[in-house]
Design a binder for this molecule. Structure first.
Ligand SMILES: [Zn+2]
Length: 57
């Protein structure tokens, strides 16, 4: 039983990992100061600009 729940956990981990690498196909950068931003950023934490550029990698 323990091994069954372990393999189930492995499957969910690998599926969320592939989702994450899809999210990493984009890069966000502040057009004002050039700071690299995280994907959920709506404004630059460095200069406060809302002018965010999204690049497809
Ligand atoms: Zn900025």
């Amino acid at each position: 039983m323990a091994s069954a729940s372990t393999s189930r956990f492995d499957r969910s981990v690998s599926s969320s990992t592939s989702k994450w690498s899809r999210a990493c196909a984009y890069s966000w950068e502040c057009r004002n100061c050039g700071e690299a931003l995280s994907e959920d950023a709506e404004e630059c934490p460095r200069c406060g600009a809302e002018n965010i550029a999204r690049y497809e990698l």
